[in-house]
Design a protein around this ligand. Structure first.
Ligand code: FAD
Length: 559
């Protein structure tokens, strides 16, 4: 297909050394060597508001490193050179190793060095979960494959604490910030990372359908050992040092820690059948594995495996929402950056009013996702009933809605770049392929929404929680939207679960923006999101919205 621009005024032709050369013109400079925090007003405001102000210098430092040309290049290299399975050594012995490109290790070292995998547990402090959320939100903008083991390790801590003796042994390794990629017994290593294996071939959402069996194999004090036989259809980041695994005992689904090496220093029987050939998330390995008499240690009580491992799942659901908010932010930043440099029809794209409308609409989605992701992270910094109710209801709701919006923002951002957006040299193609996975893993959309209505039915204080969030926001559209929602809360039918989860999220997002964002942002969000179904395409903001101001606030300023 031809662009509407043809000819020498854009594709200037220069004579050089006797040859006609194409002169590159009307293309933006790469968006790199910029600070991912300093250039993101919505993130800066959210960090201060949600109690992580004391971490600002650390986050800013991480923002500089993540936004550097070198880190961005590492993200591209890690994805162009996906991991390779080496199931056997040259002599035919099983080794079940996965080899990664050096760029992957570079990015892992950066993330672990910043404590994104465990800092809020290692050094609990007001705002620690919010600060870490800001860090992972920025990480997702550069490379999402490494996000997976980082998120799973972060999530594993509350579940591991169900087995105090296991926690005593493993947590100091998990808390270490020295990335150690060697495949060695954990007690020989500087640090440890944790993965998760629940999903089986015959069923993922329905965990009670798991067929992997666990048989008792001895005890040492309060520690109880088992042997596992069965399989897992998905086990991501198989180079982790141990995995939380669900398997059946006589009492029902039970949670186990399965280390890659047995306590006596042998490779544990986690046999990798193959690596998945995935749509996105290509820098990261996701495997199918078999267990054959695999060494495992009990976490929590027999038969209570689902609630135990869901403690990990809750944290990783939070991370899916944060990660998708990060993907949206990067897609938006790329789109505004491109439109600020590229001209068409004698004007910068960003100055064409229809394009300004598209970008402003995307900016609203991104600002709302950022605000909610960090507000949700604050609920993990706080104790008390209100925080608990917020976590319980809003984690699956935010996971559903933010993850659903990310692919839509990615698609629109691609179109803003025109043909460039569809080319793998630009990060948007990768973001587009990445975005759907956050909706699927750690509980797919419907499963999240069913969880929301279950939580609402059991939480007598859900209405109070919502009213607390809305607080004194005197925005009439928000008030009538909340009144409508409160009317149905707690008695929603299963078939309406998606609508309820969406409306909960829109309420909390609108409340956050009305209370804390510039009025131009809040007004436009309420006008476009609270008056009926959110639009299927971006760029339909009503007349009177100051799109230019919204885009200016969201623009990623380069240093
Ligand atoms: C890249 C990738 C990496 C992964 N890594 C891991 C990993 O490391 N560890 C791990 O354990 N798993 C992992 N998974 C698996 C993932 O968690 C599951 O795919 C997911 O939970 C869905 O399970 P399923 O594939 O069995 O689909 P199903 O359970 O068959 O669900 C299919 C669809 O039906 C819907 N559905 C299910 N039940 C209901 C219901 N009651 N009402 C309405 N709709 C319903 C679901 O929402 C979904 O849309 C990974 C998946 C991917 C894509």
């Amino acid at each position: 297909m031809l662009s509407s621009f043809q000819g020498d005024e854009v594709w200037g032709v220069a004579a050089e050394q006797g040859r006609r050369m194409i002169e590159v013109a009307n293309q933006p400079p790469p968006l790199e060597d910029y600070n991912l925090l300093a250039s993101d007003a919505a993130l800066r405001d959210a960090i201060a508001r949600e109690g992580a102000g004391s971490f600002e210098n650390e986050i800013e430092d991480l923002g500089t490193r993540l936004g550097s040309a070198a880190t961005i290049r590492a993200g591209f290299e890690a994805n162009r050179n996906p991991p390779v399975l080496r199931a056997f050594d040259r002599y035919g012995s099983r080794v079940d190793e996965v080899e990664f490109h050096p760029a992957w290790h570079e990015l892992m070292a950066l993330a672990v060095g910043a404590g994104l995998h465990s800092n809020p547990w290692a050094a609990p402090k007001r705002g620690a979960h919010v600060a870490r959320a800001a860090g992972t939100y920025m990480l997702a903008q550069v490379e999402s494959g490494v996000y997976c083991p980082i998120a799973m390790t972060y999530g594993s801590v509350p579940a591991l604490r169900h087995a105090p003796a296991v926690a005593t042994e493993w947590l100091p390794r998990i808390f270490s910030r020295t990335y150690d990629p060697r495949s060695r017994p954990a007690n020989e290593k500087a640090s440890a990372l944790i993965g998760m294996a629940m999903t089986e071939n015959q069923g993922g959402s329905d965990l009670r359908a798991n067929v992997t069996r666990a048989e008792p194999a001895g005890a040492d004090g309060e520690r109880r050992f088992y042997r596992l036989d069965g399989h897992k259809w998905f086990l991501s980041a198989p180079m982790c040092d141990a995995f939380l695994v669900l398997a059946q005992t006589a009492a029902g689904p039970t949670c186990f820690l399965v280390p890659r090496w047995t306590p006596d220093g042998r490779r544990n029987a986690i046999h990798i059948r193959r690596l998945k050939d995935k749509l996105g998330n290509r820098s990261n390995a996701s495997s199918e594995v078999e267990f054959e008499g695999t060494h495992a240690e009990l976490i929590g009580e027999e038969g209570r495996g689902i609630p135990t491992i869901i403690e990990m799942g809750n944290m990783t659901r939070l991370d899916c929402a944060i990660g998708s908010a990060g993907l949206m932010r990067q897609a938006l930043a790329q789109a505004i950056h491109h439109a600020s440099y590229r001209t068409a029809f004698q004007k910068r794209l960003v100055d064409h009013t229809l394009m300004t409308n598209v970008l402003a609409d995307m900016a609203l989605e991104s600002a709302a996702a950022t605000a909610l992701a960090l507000r949700l992270a604050r609920a993990y910094d706080e104790d008390g009933e209100a925080a608990q109710a917020f976590r319980r209801v809003m984690t699956p709701a935010a996971k559903f809605w933010i993850c659903k919006r990310a692919p839509a923002v990615a698609v629109e951002a691609i179109e803003v770049l025109g043909g460039n957006g569809y080319v793998e040299d630009f990060i948007l193609a990768r973001i587009y392929r990445e975005a759907p996975v956050n909706s699927i893993w750690e509980g797919s959309g419907n499963v999240m929404c069913l969880d929301v209505i279950r939580a609402l039915a059991r939480a007598p204080n859900a209405s109070a929680m919502l009213m607390d969030e809305v607080g004194d926001a005197a925005e009439p559209r928000l008030k009538s939207f909340v009144a409508m929602l409160l009317d149905t809360l707690g008695r929603a039918e299963e078939s309406q679960a998606r609508a309820v989860a969406r409306d909960l999220v829109l309420t909390v997002q609108a409340a956050l923006l009305v209370r804390h964002a510039p009025s131009v942002v809040a007004d436009a969000f309420c006008a476009s999101r609270l008056g009926g179904d959110p639009p299927a395409a971006f760029g339909t903001l009503p007349k009177g919205v100051d799109c230019h101001a919204i885009v200016a606030r969201a623009a990623p300023a380069r240093e």
